[in-house]
Design a binder for this molecule. Structure first.
Ligand SMILES: [Zn+2]
Length: 353
């Protein structure tokens, strides 16, 4: 991790950016099967005054589009009075994006290949390029994701407490839920943690689909983090509607296979013993209720209507406050993002309720 060596010049991919300058660099990663060159585009926005260097990445998984839209909106933003620098990579995994796939052409997950290797697989080279040219030049990072195919997530930040500053970033982001979560080897998050870099991951919505409330939460969250880091002028409004802080989570799985109907929306507080959904035998032989095994908040769930026994159905997080208090916070945080919101804290297109 480092601040630019020469305080006035930030060099990315051989291009030198002076203070107050903005532009982009296409970093060459390698050639694809078609012989076409694959490039990693980095948008650079430099403030006139020094400050933190924040990277924002999206599309590490090629089918996760909400982050790409958030990054696109950031690239178009003016950022008057910016202190420090913003490095935006709207599509990290372009090879997967072209395939409309979560995974790389060799079916590997780019988010298991960090920090990468310049002599390694194609994905390892993408990871290394991002680390060398973007992450290593930053002081803070935000990575934007959605749930994997077949699942949907309530807008939420995920962070570990191990690196100082990460929790403060997640707090400033102000997503409806802030979830303390472990880390897997090979993720961009783990690579940043090893560098001691404050970092937050944002998860919202589902794969292949632009979800405007999710995009709004994400865009607003990045701007809030920038203000909290002193990159932009602070706003008292940012302290309103703190996230519901959750310290752990688990998946409630199907205890039978069949046709699945959900009975609770994302963001809902649930009690132990509460019926969350129903799995029906397709031949009308009976229905099995999906019962919550503990209290918590629904932060994610399957979008599938056909499930096998054992399939993950509801992602339930344990909040620090009571689930009802957490639900209240989620509703409040959604109010200025989704004005039409009434009872449901977050529009869940797959819910029966
Ligand atoms: Zn992802």
């Amino acid at each position: 991790m480092g601040v630019p060596v020469d305080d006035d010049v930030l060099e990315i991919g051989g291009r030198r950016f002076r203070r107050g300058e903005r532009g982009h660099v296409d970093l060459l990663v390698g050639s694809l099967v078609s012989h076409a060159e694959l490039e990693l585009r980095v948008d650079v926005i430099r403030g006139r005054k020094p400050g933190p260097v924040l990277f924002v990445t999206a599309g590490v998984h090629g089918d996760e589009l909400n982050g790409v839209e958030i990054a696109r909106r950031l690239v178009k933003q003016q950022f008057r009075g910016l202190k420090g620098d913003l490095l935006i990579v709207p599509v990290v995994n372009m090879a997967a994006f072209l395939l409309r796939s979560r995974y790389l052409p060799d079916r590997r997950d780019l988010n298991r290949l960090f920090p990468g290797n310049s002599d390694g697989s194609f994905g390892a080279r993408v990871a290394r390029t991002l680390m060398d040219e973007v992450v290593s030049k930053a002081t803070h990072g935000i990575d934007l994701h959605t749930a994997a195919t077949g699942r949907i997530n309530l807008p939420q930040t995920r962070m570990a407490d191990r690196v100082e500053g990460s929790r403060e970033m997640a707090k400033a982001f102000g997503a409806p839920v802030m979830l303390k979560a472990g880390n897997r080897e090979g993720t961009l998050r783990a690579a940043c943690e090893k560098l001691g870099m404050p970092y937050v991951l944002f998860e919202a919505g589902e794969a292949f689909r632009l979800d405007l409330p999710a995009v709004t939460f994400g865009f607003r969250g990045v701007m809030r983090v920038m203000r909290s880091l002193g990159m932009l002028r602070r706003s008292k409004k940012d302290l309103e509607h703190p996230s519901a802080y959750c310290v752990g989570s688990h998946w409630r799985r199907a205890t039978a296979g069949g046709l699945f109907r959900a009975l609770v929306p994302l963001g809902k507080a649930v009690q132990e013993g509460q019926i969350l959904g129903v799995v029906a035998d397709p031949f009308g032989e009976g229905e099995t209720e999906v019962v919550s095994d503990r209290e918590g908040i629904i932060v994610g769930r399957t979008t599938a209507s056909l499930v096998d026994e054992g399939d993950a159905l509801f992602h339930i997080a344990q909040s620090k406050a009571s689930p009802e208090k957490a639900e209240e916070r989620i509703i409040q945080s959604a109010e200025d993002v989704i004005p039409e919101v009434d009872r449901a804290p977050y529009r869940d297109p797959h819910s029966d309720v």
